[in-house]
Structures are given as C-alpha cells and as structure tokens.
Write a protein of this length. Structure first.
Length: 330
C-alpha cells in the first residue's frame, strides 16, 4: 500500500484524502489545528469541513514528522498564500525522490511564481513536482460524484504517477506538461467567478453571464500565451471546465464573495461568514500586477481588482466596461 501524506485538512484536502483511501492507500493527513486532528481520529469526521464525510481509516496529526514519515508521495492541499511556509515546514521530512502534488490554485503574489516554482524554490529538484486543477469541488468529490481533472508536470513520469494514484471509477485524471497554463487558468477563473457572483446578485441575466465567461476565457488565454503556456489549455478542464464550475456552482466561494461584494459587503465580511479563503481575492492582486508586467489587456480582472481594493462600485465597473472602444472579437 502506498503511503500518501496530505498536508492540509481543509475541504479539498479531506476530499482528496478520501479518494486516496478508497484507492487503497495509507493516508496520514496533517491538520494545523490539534482540535481538528483529534476529532478526525476520534469521530472519523472533520469538525470544520465536509462534516458528513466519513474519514474512517485516515490518521490525522498536527505533526509534520508523523504525517511525512516514510510517505511515498506528498500532496499539498493548502491555500496558495501558505504554500511556501508549508513547504519550508516540511522540507526536512521530504526526501529528494518523493513525488509531490500541489492542489493550491494560484500564483505567489510576492514573486509571481507558480505553485511548482514555489515548491522548487524551497524543496529543489523540479522533476518530481506536479500540479492538479480542474472542475473538482470538494463537496462533490466527497460524495463520489463524477469528476475529471488534469495533472501537469514537467516530468511525464511524475504526472502519470499521480494520474494512476487518484484515478478511479468516479474521478478521471488527464495529464499535461503545461504548468504555466494550469497556473494562470486556476488564478484567473477565480477572479471571473467573483465577477459572475456580482452579475448574479445584480440579476443581469444569462446573456451577461455567458459573455463574462467567454471574455474571461479570452483574458485567460492572452495571459497564458505571454507567460509561455499553451492557449489550448484554456479550452480544457483547467480552463473552461474549471471556469464554468467555479462561476456557476453554489459551492464556489469566489462566486459567493462576488454576491456579497454586490451587496456592499467586504472580503472581511465574507471570511467571517464562511471561515474559508476565497482564492480569487488574492489572485485579483497578483494577476493585476502580472498583467501589467506582461502588458496584457485584462479589463474584467482589472475591474474585480478595483472593486476589491480601490472602492470601485460594481455598477461603475460595468459602465466602464461597456464604454470601452469597440473591437474585433479575436
């Protein structure tokens, strides 16, 4: 049996741990909170996330050493802003030949590194890192509902390793070598989901939402190209697939953040209500900086940034977008 260490006991970490356990793996899971670790071990339920998910057979600990000891592979399931610190905390317990999968969706704001570059910077050896993305809401994975995702790595062997590890009758994994494509798509789709939440709250209709997703995908593709990724990735699971799921699902934290912003509330209000990170709020800052650096026109993402951080109202943002010069679609 493979021993698969999961670093992070949030909703996604718990769902992936459940999949690994169903695939006959030994699964220790690191929880930052000793309360969560204790509850997981005594009641086989996570007291904070996916409370109805039975995690019987999974060992929880708040010790990195216990979680990582003799693990054949490691899966980081933490928000992107914590990835570097988690890698640093785990560094002494991860051997150089251990395959590492990262579930974090986004770029590091300070460095503009993608998640694999962050892990490489801390842990070294870029041939053993992979990144997973796609339409994979934890709430549905936990119920064994059908889903597909994609794993990207510079190493085909590493990508195929995690493809085999996670795939089963309900969860189908594809592979890719486009790490930058997956990284940009994962960041941008969360920003567009915030925008779609705003449209939803303002009751602007299906036409507006469809236009938003389509033009959001165009912004995504422009930035992917400039960062050296493949524009075709934007039409795949990590691009349009995840964009559709994140923009339309009731499970989407980013969409729910957009709804609250349109109600005149703040990100702090959102966090108090849900107790979870909305990655799009962080990505809005990072993509704004990156798009300016790469000289890529991204008016939708820029509008979300200004709503979040410059006090622009949603209605003013819409007015600004629709008063832009007319142009060709492609």
């Amino acid at each position: 049996m493979k021993k698969v260490a999961i670093i992070g006991a949030g909703s996604f970490g718990s769902a992936i741990a459940h999949i690994c356990m169903q695939n006959d793996c030994l699964v220790p899971i690191y929880a930052h909170s000793s309360e969560v670790a204790s509850s997981l071990n005594s009641t086989v339920n996570n007291p904070k996330y996916l409370k109805n998910l039975n995690l019987d057979g999974i060992f929880a600990t708040n010790s990195f050493e216990q979680a990582l000891n003799d693990a054949q592979c490691v899966i980081f399931a933490c928000p992107s802003k914590y990835l570097r610190s988690m890698c640093e905390a785990c560094r002494e317990y991860i051997s150089k030949d251990t395959n590492v999968l990262i579930l974090s969706k986004g770029l590091e704001h300070e460095s503009l590194f993608n998640a694999i570059e962050v892990a490489l910077d801390v842990l070294g050896n870029d041939q053993r890192f992979a990144l997973l993305s796609g339409p994979n809401h934890a709430e549905e994975l936990a119920k064994n509902q059908l889903a597909c995702s994609v794993v990207a790595s510079k190493s085909q062997n590493c990508a195929r390793y995690f493809q085999q590890l996670l795939s089963n009758n309900n969860f189908r994994i594809y592979i890719s070598d486009d790490v930058w494509g997956l990284s940009i798509c994962a960041s941008v789709k969360n920003i567009i989901a915030i925008a779609n939440g705003i449209l939803s709250q303002l009751a602007l209709g299906d036409n507006a939402s469809a236009a938003l997703l389509t033009r959001g995908c165009a912004e995504m593709a422009r930035l992917v190209k400039e960062c050296g990724g493949k524009q075709s990735t934007c039409m795949g699971l990590a691009g349009m697939g995840d964009l559709i799921a994140t923009c339309t699902s009731v499970h989407s934290r980013n969409r729910n953040l957009g709804i609250m912003l349109a109600q005149g509330k703040s990100y702090d209000d959102f966090f108090k209500k849900y107790g979870q990170v909305a990655e799009g709020a962080i990505s809005a800052k990072t993509i704004y900086v990156l798009s300016k650096k790469m000289n890529v026109d991204m008016p939708l993402c820029e509008s979300v940034y200004k709503i979040l951080y410059e006090g622009l109202s949603a209605k003013s943002a819409l007015s600004d977008l629709f008063s832009r010069d007319l142009k060709s679609e492609f």
